[in-house]
Design a protein around this ligand. Structure first.
Ligand SMILES: CSC[C@@H](O)[C@@H](O)C(=O)COP(=O)(O)O
Length: 340
């Protein structure tokens, strides 16, 4: 396969490499994702993360394995293992459905490579289209709040919610970005803060629990988040903490927007209650481990609840900003996301 480089994925020497998003921003380590076992482990450890990126990395790996001579049966098995690597983000399943069609073709090696590269190119365009549609909703002088990381690290392009913010910044409309640190794994504090710094966009980092008082003191004009899955009724699964921001925004009369590509839509999922929510290890809540060091603050064997995502009901969302344009609450009620 040709050489390929996005912010956090690389194909070189006919192998897949990933930028370790658990070590950022302190370390910039490119790690091998040469086998299904390696990539699945990276996804579980959130070294590869962000709904679009997970789907793209799995598709690229399948194509590379095909080029390395794996049989159709081996690839079909690999595809199913990759599909199960992350339950909440539907982009993975959507991308792999397309790869499955390519695998069924007679010249499947060629078809898989072309399809994986097409998915990467499409994702860049989806991000650009979301950024165009979303930035039109942002008024000059805006103070925006975002959660988790939805930027170039999480996609092949400029990102989703963060792409909107970056585009609006280019248009001179962003006064400040409030970045929620996003406990427990700090995707906001580590990744979004880093990306905003690289883009020279003014931001201030807050702990998640500071959002309410910021809104009460009228320092937030709009909230922009991404999505891991959008159900047919408009409910949205996204990083844990998104729902509390939506409730707070509703109370304070602040617009709350969800930005995502159409590959995040799951028309067959009737509502948020049907979205599987990944539960994660207690150790993520009882302390920190990894490139920050190894610190445990909770008592040994503390009981922990650690869902990775929550569901924001459609009723709290002001608009779903897709690559196809802005979908309003009225359009969602009339069935815009229902099976076609
Ligand atoms: C463009 S990324 C969209 C979502 O995947 C993002 O908002 C999010 O919740 C990411 O969670 P993460 O667990 O860090 O992958």
């Amino acid at each position: 396969m040709q050489r390929l480089q996005t912010t956090s994925l690389q194909v070189r020497d006919n192998q897949l490499w990933i930028l370790d998003q658990q070590a950022l921003p302190q370390q910039k380590n490119w790690l091998p994702a040469h086998s299904v076992a390696q990539l699945v482990e990276h996804i579980h450890a959130l070294r590869v993360r962000g709904a679009p990126l997970i789907g793209l990395s799995a598709s690229l790996l399948l194509a590379l394995l095909a080029e390395h001579g794996q049989t159709r049966d081996q690839l079909a098995e690999a595809l199913e293992i990759l599909r199960a690597a992350r339950p909440t983000a539907v982009n993975l399943m959507n991308n792999l459905d397309r790869m499955k069609l390519a695998l069924a073709q007679e010249t499947f090696v060629d078809a898989l490579v072309k399809e994986a590269l097409r998915l990467v190119e499409e994702d860049k365009q989806l991000c650009d289209d979301i950024a165009d549609a979303g930035s039109a909703l942002i008024t000059p002088g805006s103070r925006l709040l975002t959660h988790c990381n939805t930027g170039g690290l999480a996609t092949a392009g400029v990102g989703t919610a963060l792409g909107v913010i970056a585009r609006a910044h280019q248009q001179g409309k962003v006064a400040n970005v409030w970045v929620g640190e996003t406990r427990p794994l700090l995707q906001g504090g580590r990744l979004t803060a880093w990306e905003l710094g690289e883009l020279a966009i003014p931001y201030q980092l807050i702990t998640d629990s500071m959002a309410a008082s910021l809104m009460a003191s009228k320092q937030v004009d709009a909230i922009w988040v991404g999505a891991d899955r959008i159900a047919a009724n408009g409910d949205v699964a996204n990083k844990i903490g998104t729902y509390s921001l939506a409730v707070l925004a509703h109370y304070h009369g602040i617009p709350f927007y969800v930005a995502a590509p159409h590959t995040t839509l799951d028309r067959l999922c009737p509502n948020g209650a049907a979205i599987p929510i990944e539960q994660r290890a207690a150790s993520e809540v009882t302390g920190v481990a990894g490139s920050f060091g190894n610190v445990q603050w909770a008592p040994e064997n503390a009981a922990v609840y650690n869902p990775a995502f929550d569901v924001t009901p459609a009723a709290l969302i002001s608009g779903w900003v897709l690559d196809t344009g802005v979908v309003t609450p009225e359009q969602v009620k009339l069935g815009a996301f229902q099976p076609q």
